[in-house]
Design a protein around this ligand. Structure first.
Ligand code: NAG
Ligand code: NAG
Ligand code: NAG
Length: 638
């Protein structure tokens, strides 16, 4: 079904005359993948209508589909040289989980083996892993369609096409676009628009040139390729190579589909028959996707796919949904949400949807109409135009931070005087409600200890695990959220710093919260990893003692939490400081460790405080040295 009979006949004939290698392996055309000769791996599957789905929107998954018969490429190393030219073309579609926010992408691959069991998803595309990425022994050529900006691979944006040899730092790449002969200019394409797009890859043996060309399926192949790179594939290809696709999702995910594919070793890959391609699953209503597909047959017999976007007008409602958008913002990738979608998701920012209110503004619960995904939207007021670019740069950096104990920032939107930040929704809300109010059941010690370890590993990641040091600046119980399993997730990271950008320098206040501020902050105003450690120490004491750092109503000796725990320690009864609600039901060793670590973090000399790495080792029981002595001089604690 996939290969019409007359093609098979000419194919056998021409191969018989010109080449000695196997007869059915040099070329094929699949307009849909019913009965295709493919080896599927990972989450890849062929849907009942013949659509090849490489991944769905499950996170951190990979999918492979490889043509089962290896292609024979004779290279100098294998004795004699054959013609390495090839030509391929395929139609794909990436349907993001959230509008404007999908990942990671898919790649056309030529590889020496079908075994990708050692490869990992996310930015590694299911092709490589951290240790083999970039090795010349890989012998892999990949054309990546990448929808996430991965700084470690020097990506330029979150919507590009790249040529990869043996690793993910592309030898050439360009933002997704195509050359329109009619308009005589390049037109940008969104890889994750959900619309089908076509890609051509052509290697010319004589010129040693690899051309990669992208276009919407309704267009002919553009005259000018998107990438045209000189490259000698005889160094990359070995005698037997497999051709196919690899795709992956990460924290951001898309459905990745291939609708049709043709491949040819002995000439131009045959055009796909657009009319025969399987259709994509229908999507939930969302204006962006409300397209209507009409097939037209021209006199010459060529078949065009015409996408007629339902031309609804929204002029009357324009004001309500008005937002601020500038050209430079498009380069920061896919994380921008439309105000309208957020407005609808939160039922018009209704009071009943308010989840909480923090120093920066209100947080609303929302549900995205397109995917039913639950989100939390934080509204932050922001009045400065100046610094906005830095602001958005930082947001995009925060969006790339990934750790299981951070509340994931998925996107943003901005309007005049207002910024909206979109986060993963955390069903159990913030930790302070469990610790300090009667409204929620109290947490037992095992749950609390676990949350401390969760938050310490998130802070360690912010301080040491990323390309640049990220300071949190506002660690406290109310900024720790609990997911469905009551695991701790640190929220609002980076926000304190962001808010500095917008404010007038004269009025800049020390960011953070009274009771958690390291003493040097009021003198220098300069936050450091040690000032985060100070706040984390206070946070540990909050969790162990079940009370806030300052309790003005309490007996005088108990007003300040740190002082009070220190008093208990001085009289040799540090466990007396533990939360009475626990009724003594805790492991004494762990409780003592947490209280002592809390004290060590609140030393007034920053250099004397432990680092997040040391704290994490103590909490995980992996420290190689004993806890430092707590020393008190003249009744004061330095
Ligand atoms: C990466 O993959 C190679 C095989 O290609 C394997 O030998 C190696 O152990 C893998 N490394 C990691 C860290 O998984
Ligand atoms: C190599 O094969 C291509 C077809 O794939 C053909 O157009 C080209 O002329 C061949 N080159 C040589 C040197 O045989
Ligand atoms: C491969 O190229 C040859 C020569 O141009 C052509 O006759 C044949 O139809 C092509 N086959 C496919 C499957 O593209």
């Amino acid at each position: 079904m996939a290969i019409p009979n007359h093609i098979v006949t000419t194919l056998c004939l021409s191969l018989f005359l010109t080449f000695s290698f196997g007869q059915d392996e040099g070329q094929f055309v699949y307009n849909g993948f019913h009965g295709a000769n493919l080896q599927l791996g990972g989450s890849a599957k062929i849907l009942p209508n013949g659509l090849l789905q490489l991944t769905n929107t499950l996170k951190h998954r990979l999918g492979h589909a490889l043509y089962k018969v290896p292609m024979s490429f004779k290279t100098p190393s294998s004795g004699f040289v054959s013609n390495l030219s090839f030509s391929t073309s395929f139609v794909f579609s990436m349907v993001p989980e959230l509008p404007n926010s999908g990942g990671h992408g898919l790649a056309f691959t030529i590889s020496p083996s079908m075994d990708f069991s050692q490869a990992v998803p996310s930015q590694y595309f299911g092709i490589f892993n951290i240790s083999n990425n970039g090795l010349p022994t890989n012998h892999v050529l990949a054309i990546e369609l990448d929808t996430v900006l991965s700084p470690e691979f020097k990506d330029e944006d979150a919507n590009h096409v790249g040529i990869d040899v043996d690793g993910l730092i592309s030898v050439a790449s360009a933002p997704a676009s195509y050359y329109s002969g009619e308009e005589k200019k390049n037109i940008r394409l969104e890889l994750i628009s959900g619309n089908p797009l076509q890609l051509w890859v052509d290697y010319d043996e004589e010129k040693k040139r690899l051309d990669v060309t992208l276009a919407p399926t309704r267009s002919f192949k553009p005259d000018r390729p998107l990438l045209s790179t000189s490259i000698d594939l005889s160094r990359v290809l070995v005698e037997h190579m497999y051709v196919g696709f690899s795709s992956s999702t990460g924290t951001l995910a898309s459905d990745h589909y291939i609708l049709g594919w043709s491949f040819n070793r002995s000439g131009q890959a045959q055009s796909l028959d657009i009319a025969k391609l399987p259709s994509l699953p229908s999507r939930k209503k969302s204006r962006q996707y409300a397209g209507k597909i009409v097939m037209l047959s021209s006199a010459g017999g060529a078949i065009f796919l015409v996408v007629v976007i339902a031309g609804a007008t929204y002029t009357t409602r324009k004001k309500r949904y008005e937002e601020v958008r500038e050209e430079w913002e498009t380069i920061y990738g896919p994380q921008r949400f439309s105000y309208k979608n957020l407005y609808k998701a939160t039922k018009g920012f209704k009071e009943s949807e308010v989840l909480g209110e923090g120093g920066f503004g209100k947080v609303y619960r929302g549900t995205l109409a397109s995917t039913d995904a639950q989100i939390a939207v934080k509204k932050v007021s922001h009045n400065s135009k100046q610094g906005m670019k830095a602001f958005v740069t930082e947001i995009s950096a925060m969006g790339r931070l990934r750790h299981r104990n951070l509340v994931q920032l998925i996107g943003y939107c901005r309007r005049k005087g207002e910024l909206l930040l979109v986060y993963d929704f955390m069903p159990n809300g913030s930790l302070d409600r469990f610790l300090f109010s009667a409204e929620k059941p109290s947490l037992n010690w095992a749950q609390r200890f676990r949350i401390l370890r969760d938050v310490s590993s998130a802070l360690l990641y912010l301080h040491e695990g990323w390309e640049q040091v990220v300071l949190h600046r506002d660690v406290k119980a109310s900024n720790v959220l609990l997911d469905a399993d009551l695991k701790g997730r640190l929220g609002d990271f980076g926000l304190a710093r962001l808010c500095d950008h917008g404010t007038n320098p004269q009025t800049t206040q020390v960011a953070g919260t009274v009771g958690y501020l390291a003493p040097e902050l009021s003198r220098t105003g300069k936050a450091t990893t040690s000032s985060d450690v100070f706040a984390f120490g206070v946070f540990m004491l909050e969790v162990a003692c079940g009370r806030t750092p300052i309790e003005p109503q309490g007996p005088p000796e108990e007003v300040d939490l740190v002082d009070w725990v220190l008093e208990c320690w001085k009289v040799g009864a540090i466990l007396d400081a533990s939360d009475p609600k626990l009724e003594g039901d805790f492991l004494a060793d762990e409780m003592e460790l947490v209280l002592k670590l809390g004290l060590l973090c609140s030393r007034s000399l920053p250099a004397k405080r432990p680092t997040m790495r040391q704290l994490t080792q103590y909490l995980d029981g992996k420290a190689t040295t004993d806890l430092p002595e707590i020393q008190v001089f003249l009744g004061a604690y330095f």
